[in-house]
Design a protein around this ligand. Structure first.
Ligand SMILES: [Cu+2]
Length: 178
């Protein structure tokens, strides 16, 4: 009887683990594992939105995120944001973003991000936004961005505290030359 109970308990534990990983929505593409795809709701009239994913390279060769596309956006760019002497700047990475072997690259507010330009409709909290990522080696990968609230700092369920990237990302491209 005792053994039966122990077996049952571990079965429940296992079921819990499986549910958790299903929610994390890991997408495998070649040597890459892509997870935590999310974005923020856009306030009324905004024509740009961010896009965030975590990309792990489990392989032995570097790969590179070179482009993206989305039905909801006229075009998708890969951006880098950095703060230099207190001034926040954003630039498009024309050559894409290297994903070194054995490394995990996290696109997140305040750092690397996808920029959804020329939005055709606002991003609404709770929606899922299909985006296609293009990698040099892994090819095209479809992901779905979970739309979080306007001020969200991470995907649903992620800790909001202890994150070093607490700066606001206004998505203001007025400083960018076009
Ligand atoms: Cu940007």
């Amino acid at each position: 009887m005792k053994r039966l109970f122990a077996g049952l308990a571990s079965a429940i534990l296992l079921a819990g683990t499986l549910t958790a990983s299903a929610q994390a929505q890991e997408i495998k593409a070649g040597d890459l594992v892509i997870s935590q795809a999310w974005t923020r709701a856009t306030p009324g009239g905004a024509k740009v939105g961010g896009g965030y994913v975590t990309i792990e390279n489990k392989g032995k060769a570097p790969d590179r995120l070179v482009a993206g596309s989305a039905d909801v956006a006229g075009r998708v760019e890969i951006h880098e944001m950095a703060t230099t002497n207190g001034v926040m700047t954003m630039r498009a990475l024309d050559k894409g973003l290297a994903i070194e072997p054995g490394k995990t690259v996290k696109l997140a507010p305040g750092g690397y991000h996808l920029m959804l330009m020329e939005l055709k409709s606002p991003l609404k909290q709770g929606d899922k936004v299909p985006v296609t990522l293009q990698f040099e080696k892994a090819g095209k990968v479809s992901v779905s961005l979970d739309v979080q609230g306007v001020g969200a700092q991470g995907p649903a369920g992620a800790a909001e505290h202890g994150d070093k990237m607490q700066m606001q990302e206004p998505h203001d491209h007025s400083g960018m030359k076009k």
